[in-house]
Design a protein. Structure first.
Ligand SMILES: Cc1cc2nc3c(=O)[nH]c(=O)nc-3n(C[C@H](O)[C@H](O)[C@H](O)COP(=O)(O)OP(=O)(O)OC[C@H]3O[C@@H](n4cnc5c(N)ncnc54)[C@H](O)[C@@H]3O)c2cc1C
Length: 493
């Protein structure tokens, strides 16, 4: 392979890397995509095995209308393949909410259809008083109507601080605690209000939590297919060991399958692994290295998948929380002490609801997840799995008899699949870097680096919002930056 064959090399085929690579190649930039795994998709991966077909992780899209993927598909000319899994007029109940107030013994549940505009069933779930309903509506209206420029001013305030300045009924505050965990894998007392409010607003105005026909893996498949169709090359099982730098500029990469040269390298391997391991500290100034080392990883999401001989869940999603189960920093520290927690939040996705081929006929596959530490060596994960299994048995008494097989995933598995652990406690992040005060909006790490031609794409750099959407937004932006960089280089020649 000639050393001048590529203009850009993209490391990683998650939503950040793949969206960037697909757009670059579509715009005529000769691009090589290198992926360490045998399968593409990063955390947005779908599995097809032994008659079962499902997304590996419990994914829901926010925003459902107007996501970054819609933009990418439009430019690739494949908008017709961008299909939400559910029709807008689907009449079935889609989501079950199960909630327990502190003083109650048991959970109470409601089911909701999609696009529910009426919040009253949600308030009924809390057994809210008239006064609580009115107060909750005031806060929810403020969230939904907040202009984007006002949201951007809240980078420096936690969601807890924002809520504390308002008259918020306790159950709504506790719901926000759940939401910070489930949508951002963050605690309410650290998450940037700008990030959480942006996501809440998107859910309320553009829809949220949905899936696609063919799962999230469809997004991966279509973008990879178009990338190759437009002349891009994909190298799997090609872990990048080194990003080469000479005279302050990138020159290419060393991989398990050989060396490749290009004047631009885009890394979606995570800012900390990229800077500290793949490039090496010696190529950056001390201040930047200290800044990168000081960045805080987001929490992980640990999951148990149930392969069932018969259906046990009849909605697409099932969310379980109580006033006592969502994690703030203090509760997280208690969880870190180990042992089996009394109760955790659960976010469940019933793959079979979205796709009749997710399981063999008559069977069902579903996944249940909760937040935990991103440390691949975290000792408390097995206790959390026991708690999750116990809660599932309480919620679905039939599940034990119906379970043919279970699969457990946690920060170790997430790290092995995607992001190297290069600092203590880091590697198993669910989204990427923590979306907390000091690391978001204007303080989010930039996609540009001090090394000419080196860019960071994906959840860690340059964008805002929920996981996959944020990563793809960053990919779109880095494709633009890459073109500018190449154009400047060509002009200078
Ligand atoms: C359990 C779980 C649940 C989630 N739920 C949701 C959800 O409901 N909604 C949502 O929007 N998001 C969700 N997310 C988050 C979302 O999946 C991530 O934020 C998103 O995938 C990040 O994209 P990325 O491109 O930055 O990184 P990744 O998806 O991690 O992709 C990075 C890629 O780089 C590759 N790579 C890394 N190092 C190297 C190397 N040295 N050489 C070659 N390749 C390398 C990896 O193998 C991987 O393919 C969830 C994640 C998890 C784990």
């Amino acid at each position: 392979m000639s050393s001048q064959e590529y203009e850009a090399i993209v490391i990683g085929s998650g939503p950040g890397g793949l969206s960037c690579a697909a757009l670059l190649q579509k715009r005529g930039v000769r691009t090589l995509l290198v992926e360490k795994n045998s399968m593409l998709g990063g955390k947005m991966i779908s599995i097809e095995k032994d008659g079962w077909a499902y997304d590996l992780f419990p994914h829901g899209q926010v925003p459902m209308r107007g996501s970054a993927f819609e933009t990418v598909f439009a430019e690739l000319g494949v908008s017709d393949e961008f299909e939400p899994a559910l029709e807008p007029d689907d009449e079935r109940d889609i989501i079950t909410l199960a909630y327990r107030r502190h003083e109650w013994d048991k959970y109470k549940t409601v089911t909701q259809k999609q696009a529910m505009a009426d919040p009253q069933p949600f308030f009924d779930l809390w057994e809210a008083t008239e006064d609580e309903r009115e107060k909750a509506l005031v806060v929810m209206t403020e969230l939904a109507m907040m202009p984007d420029e006002d949201i951007a001013k809240l980078d420096n305030m936690t969601m807890h601080e924002w809520l504390s300045e308002r008259d918020v009924p306790a159950p709504l505050y506790n719901y926000m605690g759940l939401h910070a965990n489930a949508s951002l894998a963050e605690p309410l007392d650290l998450v940037a209000a700008s990030e959480q409010i942006l996501i809440l607003k998107q859910i309320m105005l553009q829809g949220g939590g949905g899936q696609y026909k063919g799962g999230f893996g469809m997004l991966t498949k279509v973008m990879a297919r178009e990338f190759e169709k437009n002349g891009g090359e994909i190298l799997t099982e090609a872990k990048v060991e080194r990003i080469n730098v000479a005279d302050g500029a990138v020159t290419g990469v060393e991989t398990a399958r050989g060396s490749f040269d290009a004047p631009v390298v885009v890394s979606s391997a995570g800012i900390q692994p990229t800077v500290l391991k793949l490039v090496g500290e010696e190529h950056f100034d001390r201040g930047y290295v200290d800044y990168v080392k000081g960045l805080v990883p987001g929490w992980a999401f640990t999951s148990v998948r149930y392969f069932l001989s018969r259906p046990v869940m009849d909605t697409a999603m099932y969310v379980v929380w109580s006033d006592d189960s969502w994690l703030d920093t203090a509760r997280f520290r208690k969880q870190k002490e180990g042992g089996e927690p009394d109760e955790v939040i659960l976010f469940m996705v019933n793959h079979s609801f979205y796709d009749e081929h997710a399981a063999p006929p008559g069977k069902q596959v579903l996944v249940s997840g909760t937040v935990c530490s991103s440390n691949p060596e975290a000792k408390e994960i097995e206790g959390i799995w026991s708690c999750m299994d116990r809660q599932m048995r309480e919620l679905f008494p039939d599940i034990w008899d119906a379970t043919e097989r279970k699969e457990y995933n946690g920060p170790r598995e997430i790290s092995n699949l995607t992001r190297d652990a290069v600092l203590p406690g880091q590697g198993g992040e669910c989204v990427g870097l923590a979306q907390i005060v000091g690391q978001c909006g204007s303080m989010k790490p930039k996609s540009e680096t001090s090394i000419r031609g080196l860019y960071l794409a994906g959840a860690d750099a340059g964008a805002a919002g929920m996981g996959t959407h944020q990563a793809a937004l960053s990919g779109i932006e880095v494709a633009r930056l890459t073109q500018h960089c190449l154009n400047k280089m060509y002009k200078a020649q």
